[in-house]
Design a protein around this ligand. Structure first.
Ligand SMILES: Cc1ncc(COP(=O)(O)O)c(C=O)c1O
Length: 397
């Protein structure tokens, strides 16, 4: 059988590829702490389910390809609270931020065009760019700099005539970095000077710790025609399964072009749009409670990780991930071994090997990404088990 070069070049998600081993471990009766995936455990606001229960139409129809008016209006209201002004024809509802990313790439890149991305980066950026025939050109950010951006000259070196955009996740997955105003300003200057887009993936906008101030790419008023916003309710409202996201830009012509892609897939699920539209009425207290919870977990995770011998990590300031350097050679082998061969009190830990978050071969080989989407007590126990696992692994390999 013949498969396309495109599909063959795509990788299996490093976040999910150890899943069969985890499932096997569970079948054998082990408890597995799942630190591999950014699936929040916080309850989705009840409003979401209530509004779907109150949906009284007798036919479940297609909606507009750009998304339901009530949902777009609710996002316009949401952005106003962040001092960002969007109009109706500047937002397209998508199947999660994932589809928004794919559509953005397809709309601005031809085959073999390039997008530059600070690495390590959200691993599915690889998947979307391979599907769109786009080349990812990484520039390195380092744990010792808290994964902040390198100097402008380093980034400029990566730009070629084929570069169409810079793509950032802010706050960062998998690094937890929150970029400063000056970093976003620098990227905006580059976009302006080199006539390229800035794709700003801001799906973790609410998850900022240590009282840091957030700078959206949309605060850079002089480059609004080249900012493409990727957003989603998945993390903000702990609603990953709803698959509701959006692509937005003040560049109306770009949005009009992307609308063709939206039309070709007809629409986003109706009921989920109804549920999502109600989320604008979520009390503000929800966000302060959730952010406090994640900040507390971040502290617990960091405190427990940094005392494990040989482990190196920087304290993240946003999102709910941390990249951790382990005192071993092959983090993928270790992560698999933790599921297949290790248990402590019949429990083990599942993490994501970090190599798949890098585009440069051989980087991240001894690193893992941990997500802190389990409660504090479990997190403490999981760190203890990770520590025991490392100790045993080092004694064997
Ligand atoms: C940085 C980033 N962008 C986009 C997404 C896609 O999210 P969704 O498609 O659920 O909206 C994720 C999911 O983990 C993410 O971490």
């Amino acid at each position: 059988m013949i498969f396309s070069e495109r599909i063959k070049s795509m990788q299996f998600s490093p976040i999910r590829k150890l899943m069969p081993y985890a499932n096997d471990a569970v079948l054998k009766g082990k408890k597995v702490f799942r630190l591999n995936i950014g699936q929040p455990d916080i309850e989705t606001p009840e409003l979401f389910f209530k509004s779907i229960a109150n949906f009284k139409e007798t036919v479940l129809k297609y909606t507009n390809s750009q998304g339901m008016d009530i949902l777009i209006d609710s996002f316009i209201k949401y952005y106003k609270e962040w001092d960002i002004n969007f109009e109706k024809d500047e937002i397209l509802i998508t199947n999660g931020g994932s589809e928004a990313l794919l559509f953005a790439m397809m709309a601005i890149c031809d085959i073999d065009d390039e997008i530059i991305i600070p690495e390590p980066f959200y691993t599915n950026y690889n998947g979307f760019s391979e599907a769109a025939g786009v080349k990812v050109v990484p520039f390195l950010t380092k744990a010792e700099d808290g994964f902040h951006l390198p100097k402008k000259e380093e980034i400029l070196k990566k730009i070629t005539p084929k570069t169409k955009a810079i793509l950032i996740s802010n706050p960062g997955n998998p690094t937890g970095v929150v970029y400063t105003y000056y970093e976003i300003r620098m990227l905006s200057d580059i976009a302006k000077e080199r006539d390229i887009y800035l794709i700003a993936d801001e799906v973790y906008r609410e998850f900022i710790y240590d009282n840091l101030k957030y700078t959206s790419a949309l605060y850079m008023t002089d480059i609004l025609d080249r900012v493409i916003l990727i957003d989603s309710i998945s993390k903000r409202y702990s609603a990953c399964g709803a698959r509701i996201g959006l692509v937005a830009s003040k560049n109306k012509e770009l949005i009009n072009q992307i609308l063709k892609l939206c039309q070709s897939r007809l629409c986003v699920p109706t009921l989920e749009q109804v549920g999502a539209a109600s989320l604008i009425n979520t009390p503000k207290e929800y966000f302060s409670r959730v952010t406090k919870e994640y900040e507390n977990r971040r502290n617990i995770l960091y405190d427990n990780l940094s005392v494990i011998p040989g482990v190196i990590c920087e304290k993240p300031t946003g999102a709910f991930y941390v990249i951790v350097k382990l005192p071993i050679e092959d983090a993928e082998h270790f992560s698999k071994w933790m599921l297949t061969d290790f248990e402590y009190d019949n429990k083990t830990v599942m993490v994501a090997p970090a190599e798949g978050f890098y585009a440069t071969p051989s980087l991240g080989k001894n690193e893992i990404r941990i997500s802190y989407c389990i409660n504090s007590n479990e997190l403490k126990e999981a760190m203890m088990i990770l520590s025991k696992g490392l100790e045993k692994y080092k004694s064997i390999f």
